[in-house]
Design a protein around this ligand. Structure first.
Ligand SMILES: Cc1ncc(COP(=O)(O)O)c(C=O)c1O
Length: 406
């Protein structure tokens, strides 16, 4: 693993880069295309569906010394503020229709039936639950409200009150537990077992893959839209942030499905919660210790999702870890470009800009003046107060001034 210090675009920030020695080797099909076709047909039929924009950022591309830089902006997704609206809510709809079929209430209910309340008496008796650092829980709560079941969401100690309130607004009961995100995952599983609730998790583990697979099939729509919106020669590189790895794996699969050759995928995590990078270094899924105390709350995950890892262990070209300070600087940089991006939404772009400013990283990743990069801003201001604080804080101004002078 190499440590670099860079000085352009975002200011100097140390980062880690690990080229994946197993990139491109054959492996299992984690997300079959039939499942994606169903997810796409379903989600694009929901009231309020519209593709999110793909933004061209020529000034940033020029500053980074690359040919093209485009950013898929998820801030407006279904009014929920993040791409997660595509995953959890879709998994709730599937779970309810499957439960109705199993119990003999309806052999093939559609989510439109559920949204219209046709089976409300049966669905109201079902409780869905999950752990969340904010965005996934909001999606599950929204899906539960939309499709008519009860919802209990678990959050860990440092999830902001703003995010808790946003979940509660969709009618969910929110319970706070001590510890990290991973502790809240275990608590949700324990309560679900005791109460007979259904866990709608965005992370998968041995024996629990069906629901997170649906979640990831939903995420693929974001990457599919980006491929539809992409004009000109195909992207050469994709930078995507990783928490448990679900969205990175979904993007990896969909890029391979849409572009041949597939662009090089770079997974970017906070340096305080880089479990995917650690797993790549070890050659098997591994947990990272510590309190995972990163500002990028959505990425504060210490254990990879099993399914995600099965895709990324060969689908990712490289893994990066970046510091919180660079994420804040990137939020400001984007704000200056008129783009509202939250702290967990910018890591991929941070990785791109830091790597592009470093000669050795450019060489390692094959980044150059002809490169065409796709990145995803996976959330807007999902906690508006925190967003305002971060983009207008003294520290941010200091970073911004340094940028202007660099
Ligand atoms: C805004 C945002 N981006 C990215 C992620 C990472 O997704 P995953 O945990 O599937 O890697 C999250 C997870 O909560 C998130 O909220």
């Amino acid at each position: 693993m190499k440590q670099f210090t860079v000085t352009r675009m975002l200011g100097p920030h140390p980062f880690s880069l690990f080229p994946n020695p197993r990139a491109g080797t054959p492996g299992v099909v984690v997300l079959p295309n039939g499942g994606f076709r169903r997810a796409k047909a379903e989600i694009t039929g929901w009231a309020g569906y519209a593709p999110t924009p793909l933004l061209d950022l020529p000034a940033l591309a020029q500053g980074a010394g690359i040919g093209t830089l485009r950013l898929k902006d998820e801030a407006g997704r279904f009014g929920l503020g993040s791409f997660k609206a595509l995953g959890g809510a879709y998994a709730v709809a599937n779970l309810l229709t499957n439960a109705l079929a199993r119990s003999g209430v309806a052999a093939a209910a559609s989510s439109a039936d559920l949204a219209a309340g046709r089976y409300r008496a049966a669905t109201e008796a079902i409780t869905v639950t999950c752990a969340t650092d904010g965005n996934h829980g909001r999606s599950v709560a929204w899906g539960a409200q939309r499709f008519g079941c009860r919802c209990v969401i678990f959050v860990h100690a440092t999830v902001s009150q703003g995010r808790v309130d946003a979940i509660a607004r969709y009618g969910a009961e929110v319970r706070r537990v001590a510890g990290t995100y991973d502790d809240s995952v275990r608590e949700a599983a324990r309560q679900a077992e005791a109460e007979g609730w259904f866990v709608v998790s965005d992370t998968s583990y041995a024996g629990y893959t069906e629901v997170p697979r649906d979640v990831m099939q939903g995420y693929r729509l974001m990457a599919d839209e980006a491929a539809d919106q992409w004009t000109g020669p195909a992207p050469t590189h994709v930078f995507i942030q990783g928490g448990v790895g679900g969205v990175a794996a979904a993007v990896s699969v969909q890029m391979r499905a849409r572009f041949s050759p597939a662009p090089a995928l770079v997974v970017v995590e906070p340096d305080r919660a880089a479990c995917l990078l650690a797993s790549a270094e070890l050659g098997e899924p591994t947990a990272v210790a510590g309190d995972l105390d990163t500002l990028m709350a959505g990425l504060a995950c210490g254990e990879p999702s099993l399914l995600a890892w099965q895709e990324l262990e060969r689908g990712a070209q490289a893994f990066m870890a970046v510091p919180d300070e660079a994420a804040v600087a990137c939020m400001r940089l984007l704000a200056d470009q008129g783009v509202v991006a939250g702290e967990s939404g910018v890591a991929g772009l941070v990785g791109c800009l830091l790597a592009a400013a470093d000669p050795a990283a450019r060489a390692t990743l094959g980044l150059g003046a002809e490169s065409r990069v796709l990145a995803f801003s996976t959330e807007g201001a999902t906690d508006p107060e925190l967003y305002r604080t971060l983009v207008s804080s003294r520290e941010s101004h200091r970073l911004s001034n340094r940028l202007a002078g660099s």
